[in-house]
Ligand binder design. Sequence first.
Ligand code: NAD
Length: 476
Amino acid sequence: MALNTTTFHNVINNELTSTTRTRHAINPATRQPNPEVPLSTAADLDRAVTAARQAFSKWSRTSVDERRAAAHAFADRLEAHTKDLVALLTQEQGKPLAQATIEVGMAVQWARELSGLVLPETVLEDTDSRQVIQRYVPLGVCAAIVPWNFPVLLAVGKIIPAVYTGNTVLVKPSPFTPYCGLKLAELATQCFPPGVVQALSGGDDLGPMITEHPGIDKISFTGSCATGRRVMASCAKSLKRLTLELGGNDPVIICEDVDIDAIVPKIGTLSFLCSGQICMVIKRLYIHESIYAEFRDKLIAYIQTLKSGPGTEADVFFGPVQNSMQYDKANDLLNAIKADGLKTISISGNSRPGAAAGYFIPPTIVDNPPDSSRVVQEEPFAPILPVLKWADEDEVVRRANASEYGLAASVWSRDFARARRMADRLEAGSVYVNSHFECAPWAPFGGVKMSGVGTEWGVNGLLGYCNSQTLWLHKG
Ligand code: NAD
């Protein structure tokens, strides 16, 4: 049966509920309004938290196998509705259908594989008289606060770890992209008991209401560093557990011995996926000076082959940026680049006609700007990439690390030992050699420095939804 993607509800206690007032987000490819969604109040939140607390007492005592079966049923529902979710994702987020298909496919995989991981239980001592065991127990009610760039994967990547470890979860999608998040919770009603997976859509006040709520035990937040700080300050009041997945400004170092023709398409794709709106795509590209000009020119030529336009058109790679705020931020950065007299190559010749209507930013390469410039220091979160020259290994590693962010970083070279030597010195939560932006449900993902606190995914990520408990068991 097709998923209804025209009407949208909160999901509270497995009931689809409405609110007196509603709001809507904008389709970024057309700037036309998307459908109305609930505008939740403090009373809606209270009802959801009460339902979540009630559900927790039973759900936390279910077996791991039971919870895994429910997670797999959810994965099956997502998979069965892939087509509808992909179309809705493109409509709300703007990313091209091909990239939306990858996101939904990853969400299905994440739902299955995260719930296949095994939490450790360690016998620390075992004698005739006493056994001491460390095990992991659920926290209670968790809230998943989700950004607008990956509304499906990042919601599922929080829902499953929370409920698989025995918690209940309340999903709050971004006000810019509330649609898929609400449908995920609607599908979850077919797989989980009431109160286990719920979702509320709202305005800018809903996030703070959630972080302040005394009935919530943990916040899993993905978003910007600025909001992350606010979330942490709010959680401090009740010592809520929290995981923060924040921004990035990923440096990538290209050594002089690379096969330029082979890697240019990879680097181009990994710099501009989702129109640069991914926390861990390439944000600073350091190219060895001896191949700088050739690499830059081939990168530009490659990007010229990629089409911009509405994500609904089959051959489009560059969709719009997601919202007017992001559009204004990107234009502000482009103006600063211009005012500073930096050399840019703007690639606008390959736009589909529909591109005129939406929040489209032409893909732009900034040619060897100073390290102190905004485009190097900040996370553009738009299709704007600074390419920079380097000469000395120590110097480029120092420059790569000279950032308040530390999400991901990579080194590309045919000399694996050299690349590994350089990679070992990079300060980031994920470090790659001859690759970037790889992730998996079984691998912990997180940032260092201002890029985050804690990890998600992998066993380590699951433990973020648990308390450690030490059992001292005297047998006599
Ligand atoms: P954002 O911080 O503006 O919003 C993220 C979420 O927080 C939204 O749901 C928003 O409604 C909510 N929110 C806003 N203010 C809040 C408050 N005071 N208290 C609680 N919740 C609040 O981020 P965004 O613009 O949606 O997303 C883009 C940012 O997210 C970028 O910086 C990007 O790098 C980062 N990001 C990080 C990761 C990661 O895994 N590290 C992944 C994706 C995006």
